[in-house]
Design a protein around this ligand. Sequence first.
Ligand code: GTP
Ligand code: MG
Length: 263
Amino acid sequence: MPKKHGQERGNTLRVYLYAQKVWAGKRKHPSGIPLCPKSMGRKEETPFGYTFMPKKYGQERGNHMIIKSVELETVCGITSKLPENTKPEFAFAGKSNVGKSSLINALMNRKSYARISSQPGKTQTINFYNINDALYYVDLPGYGYAKVSLEVKAKWGKMIENYLHKSSMLRCVFLLIDIRHEPSENDKTMYDWIVHNGYHPIIIATKLDKIKRSQVQKALKVLRTGLGIGSDVTVIPFSAETKQGREEIWDLISESVNSLDKE
Ligand SMILES: Nc1nc2c(ncn2[C@@H]2O[C@H](COP(=O)(O)OP(=O)(O)OP(=O)(O)O)[C@@H](O)[C@H]2O)c(=O)[nH]1
Ligand SMILES: [Mg+2]
């Protein structure tokens, strides 16, 4: 029979897809666990929507947060009233230029929704990002920026202190420290402040891509010693360039939101 060009193509494609499906369903690892085709995984519902779990058998790869919506919902200046949110909040603190906004962008799967700057002191307000209508990321103003007057610094300090003290929905504070530098006096004060307000800060060692792999352990030790923290405090190395560490942070946020749901 004369073959029509388009028809043959269609059939071929259908047969090919069918074969793929059968093959994918039948493929098995010697352990007996079925293999999944590349785009498939175990689907689990999390506060962030559906999440595809490990792609490789037996290997826990952590969550991939599905970001369905992102909205800069509230911006608070020095004199603004803090919002009375009803969803859990996750705050990001750290000195100017340490990478707070970059981390928030990475956690939102956005390139530059939160403002990033090469000039320190860019984020001068408390910014509340509504994520999936399920939680908030809170970008705090950076401290320690030399070009800001003492008066302004004191006001920002008060603003951050007020937020840490008053927010009833704040679940966790991430304190960002540049992995290349020993923590400053300001970092230590911030750490103590967070603890004083009843939180267990999670330390994010930022700009991981800027040091050699061989230097990471040493840098983390300097960071721990500098802050005076023990092994009970979680430190996550992170890079906004490579996104290394992002899944660990998502996991912590996810666990925290889940535990809140169960309360
Ligand atoms: N190589 C590298 N650069 C980074 C990383 N994170 C942030 N940066 C850069 O560091 C600079 C400051 O980053 P921001 O995210 O704006 O820092 P911030 O803490 O929000 O700063 P303020 O808003 O001033 O408090 C920018 O030029 C970023 O591109 C990282 O992980 N790796
Ligand atoms: Mg910023």
